[in-house]
Write a protein that binds this ligand. Structure first.
Ligand SMILES: Nc1ncnc2c1ncn2[C@@H]1O[C@H](COP(=O)(O)OP(=O)(O)O)[C@@H](O)[C@H]1O
Ligand SMILES: [Mg+2]
Length: 478
């Protein structure tokens, strides 16, 4: 079996165990009732003679008065003699005893392949007794399904460290730090610009930790309105406030219990919530809004931010004590422009992945396109690179991605930067400007046909491509 299969298997087992734990709660409800006086049990031999009998409370008949008698004479409508003959158990059959409906179960006792007797048991004085139980189980089931649905829907970590594609030394070092962090229970603070892969790190830590079968819950502190954040984190009881869902709601912290919670964009958390969060992290306990029960918290916290929290502290926007609580293991993910070496690797990887997803043939990337990608500043980091590649894949008709398939602002930016950098070399600059002008004119005259334009300019078509790339010219915009 492959290790992936083993992982899946264990995961399934974990899920089943989780369900069993929850179902045990409903069995507790049943035990309450079974402990009650409403159950009866009878054991008979192969001839149907009573060996053991405890229907006293239920039917008012004492055991000593019936031992040795035929069960037919004692219990109305009994089917135990039939079960002895057929050897087949009968579960949850409705049986009328003393004018009342009972739920009967009859099981043959088998030894060495032979039926040697039978056990009959009835539960509940009356089927009506079942109603409150059924209602309780139904309520329980609703809560249970709510749990199950929510956990399935959003509480699994999708990515692992393997999804973090990099050849950069700094990034690989961070992956090592994160792997080590995964082995501990310590809080991790991940800082980095948007789109640098902070969430991938958080997923990776969860997946590599012993909590991987627990839920991975992400809370985007920036996306949730201030007023709702508390309810989102802690959940609330039935009718805790106006506008609250009738049946109450589980908080993300509670759902994450046993797993990992990612507090994304923690820098945007209102100060008041920061104080509450700090208290909960220190006490490792919390209450639902409107609730009285203290719920123990067993979670690993990962916080991420694209802001410099140290600055936010100075500005009075972030609590220093919370910062110290969170900043136990620190991961600073560098922006893409500080690891330009990663671009070819990421590009190749993402083109493959995206073309698979979009359902097109994989494309090559022209060297001049790669030049532009590697000279751009990537304010949106890897996420932006991915978007640029996706849009290029949608535009490109042939097999190669040329600069013209990149967004205009990138090409212009890169072109401007190139010329700016060469400002000192006046001649080169003038030549470049002249070439750009000539190329633009030729392309216009050739109505965009690069073959025609190349002919007009007296250069080979590939030479023109190179120049287009080098100057970052987008022919669709000329
Ligand atoms: N190292 C990486 N390797 C592959 N894809 C990455 C990497 N870093 C980021 N990405 C891509 O960028 C997107 C944004 O990453 P994410 O972790 O959500 O960033 P952040 O949380 O820092 O804003 C991801 O969905 C993924 O497509
Ligand atoms: Mg993010």
């Amino acid at each position: 079996m492959e290790s992936k299969d083993i992982l899946n298997k264990t995961k399934e087992e974990e899920a089943i165990q989780y369900e069993l734990k929850k179902l045990a709660q409903s069995l507790d409800v049943m035990k309450d009732i079974l402990d009650h006086e409403y159950q009866g049990m009878v054991l008979v031999d192969t001839e149907g003679k009573i060996l053991k009998f405890n229907y006293e409370k239920l039917m008012g008949i004492k055991e000593k008065d019936v031992i040795g008698r035929h069960v037919d004479e004692v219990i109305d409508n009994t089917r135990l003699p039939i079960v002895i003959k057929t050897g087949k158990k009968e579960i949850n059959d409705i049986q009328k005893i003393q004018g009342k409906d009972m739920i009967a179960t009859r099981i043959p006792v088998v030894k060495d392949g032979k039926v040697i007797g039978a056990i009959g048991s009835v539960v509940f004085k009356d089927v009506r007794e079942l109603k409150p139980l059924i209602q309780r189980i139904e309520t329980f089931e609703k809560t249970f399904n709510k749990y199950k649905g929510e956990i399935k829907k959003m509480h699994e970590a999708t990515y692992s460290f393997d999804h973090i594609i990099t050849q950069s030394k700094r990034m690989n070092h961070l992956k090592e730090v994160a792997k080590r962090a995964a082995e501990s229970n310590s809080t991790v603070l991940i800082q980095g610009e948007s789109g640098t892969g902070k969430e991938y790190f958080a997923h990776g830590i969860h997946k590599a930790s012993h909590r991987r079968y627990g839920a991975f819950v992400r809370i985007n502190c920036a996306a949730i309105p201030k007023e709702l954040l508390e309810a989102e984190l802690f959940g609330y009881e039935e009718g805790a406030f106006t506008g609250a869902k009738k049946e109450g709601k589980l908080g993300k912290l509670e759902i994450a219990n046993g797993g990992t919670v990612l507090l994304d964009e923690i820098g945007t958390m209102p100060l008041e919530m920061q104080a509450k969060l700090l208290r909960v992290l220190e006490e490792r306990e919390f209450e639902r809004i409107g609730g009285t029960e203290r719920i123990g918290l067993d979670i690993r916290v990962i916080a991420s931010t694209n802001e410099e929290l140290e600055e936010a502290i100075v500005k009075g926007k972030f609590r220093q004590d919370l910062y110290y609580r969170l900043n136990v293991i620190r991961i600073n993910v560098p922006p893409l422009r500080e690891r330009l070496d990663d671009i070819p690797l990421l590009t190749r990887h993402m083109i493959k992945d995206l073309s698979n997803r979009i359902g097109v043939d994989s494309k090559e990337i022209a060297p001049e396109t790669m030049d532009i990608l590697q000279s751009y500043s990537w304010p949106g980091n890897v996420r932006e690179l991915r978007n640029v590649l996706e849009s290029a894949l949608n535009l490109v008709k042939g097999k190669v991605i040329y600069p013209e398939h990149l967004p205009e602002h990138m090409v212009q930016h890169s072109c401007k930067e190139k010329i700016n950098a060469e400002e000192g070399l006046l001649l080169k600059d003038i030549v470049a400007q002249a070439e750009i002008k000539a190329i633009k004119e030729a392309l216009r005259k050739a109505k965009g046909s690069r073959t025609e334009a190349a002919k007009m300019l007296g250069i080979h078509r590939t030479a023109l491509y190179k120049k287009l790339g080098a100057y970052g010219l987008d022919i669709t915009k000329l």
